[in-house]
Design a protein around this ligand. Structure first.
Ligand SMILES: [Ca+2]
Length: 183
């Protein structure tokens, strides 16, 4: 009887040791953390290489908008008559390849003026949108991060709806980061 209990305890102990060893092996096999600082690339769309009509630059105080400016699709009469033309072309560079999220500080006029098209390089156009109107706030593009290789890239912010404004873009590999105010 005592011998049987001892065997069961020894078996339990061996099992725990095996689990511990497996966890240690899994953790040990995971890529070592490089200790590199996360990357935060901040872009001012109003300083874009090119801004094409009907997209225009707007001005604000630096307390409200970074660098005192933003881009905007001004309201059209009637609304939504030009969803085709108008874009800002913004080159940027990635030195550390990997997965990045794109955040944009936006101001939406209403539920029909709350989106921009976003294209990186030759990728598909994605839609940046949100629901909070007439207030500057950060919107994240998509639920999945974008894979960016090292080198030069081109961000295109394009007309999707009139009444939409965009102050600042943040591209970061800090995937849990949530920007709050002006970056
Ligand atoms: Ca700005």
């Amino acid at each position: 009887m005592r011998h049987g209990m001892f065997a069961r305890k020894a078996g339990l102990l061996a099992g725990l040791l095996a689990i511990g060893l497996a966890v240690w092996l899994i953790l040990g096999a995971a890529p070592a953390h490089t200790g590199e600082q996360p990357i935060y690339i901040v872009l001012e769309p109003e300083k874009a290489e090119k801004i094409e009509a009907p997209m225009v630059k707007g001005t604000e105080s630096e307390e409200v908008c970074s660098a005192g400016g933003y881009i905007e699709i001004p309201l059209q009469q009637p609304r939504g008559t030009d969803k085709v033309n108008g874009k800002a072309i913004i080159p940027f560079e990635i030195k550390t390849p990997g997965k990045y999220f794109l955040h944009a500080r936006c101001w939406w006029y209403d539920g029909c003026g709350n989106s921009f098209g976003i294209t990186i390089d030759k990728g598909d156009k994605a839609t940046l949108t949100g629901s909070t109107e007439k207030r500057w706030r950060w919107e994240k593009l998509g639920d999945d991060p974008i894979l960016l290789l090292a080198g030069k890239h081109v961000l295109v912010i394009s007309n999707s709806e009139d009444g939409a404004r965009l102050d600042q873009v943040l591209i970061t590999n800090d995937l849990s980061y949530i920007p709050q105010g002006i970056e």
